[in-house]
Design a protein around this ligand. Structure first.
Ligand SMILES: Nc1ncnc2c1ncn2[C@@H]1O[C@H](COP(=O)(O)OP(=O)(O)OP(=O)(O)O)[C@@H](O)[C@H]1O
Ligand SMILES: [Mg+2]
Length: 129
């Protein structure tokens, strides 16, 4: 079973998140620049002419498609690396994925999101050496 993680994180946490993911063997990902708001509905900022409200704040969205058996470790890793403890640390959404097809080879499903030296080889898990 394949899953997709869509992690909304602080811009300044990208380097830490990428490094933590690299350490556990997560390789394939997308990063999008987005704007959004959570339950505080943005933030109040103070400028020369008083305070004003910024409703949509810049964030980064990190998308990763992976095997379900790697979901928990990956979510835990993102949480540890992305967390400051302050509001605005982000959210992690998880979705089911129907299929993945590697264009060059026609590999499908989890074979299409496996890489040499990835999380499964590191764990010696079901896809390990
Ligand atoms: N319900 C939602 N659906 C889609 N995206 C959301 C949703 N809620 C928040 N987001 C995205 O997540 C970003 C960060 O949200 P944020 O960390 O402020 O979550 P929160 O629920 O308000 O938690 P906290 O109280 O810790 O701030 C938002 O800027 C937005 O991009
Ligand atoms: Mg918030």
């Amino acid at each position: 079973m394949l899953k997709k993680i869509e992690a909304i994180i602080r811009e300044e946490k990208l380097a830490d998140v990428k490094e933590a993911l690299r350490c556990i063997g997560i390789k394939g990902m997308n990063v999008f620049e987005i704007r959004g708001q959570g339950r505080q509905g943005g933030i109040e900022l103070s400028g020369r002419s008083g305070t004003y409200h910024v409703d949509m704040l810049p964030k980064l969205q990190v998308n990763i498609v992976l095997s379900e058996h790697n979901l928990r470790d990956t979510v835990d890793t993102i949480m540890k690396a992305a967390r400051t403890g302050e509001s605005g640390d982000g959210l992690i959404f998880v979705y089911p994925v129907d299929d993945v097809i590697r264009v060059r080879t026609g590999e499908r499903g989890r074979n299409a999101v496996m890489y040499p030296g990835d999380i499964d080889e590191k764990k010696g898990g079901p896809n390990g050496p």
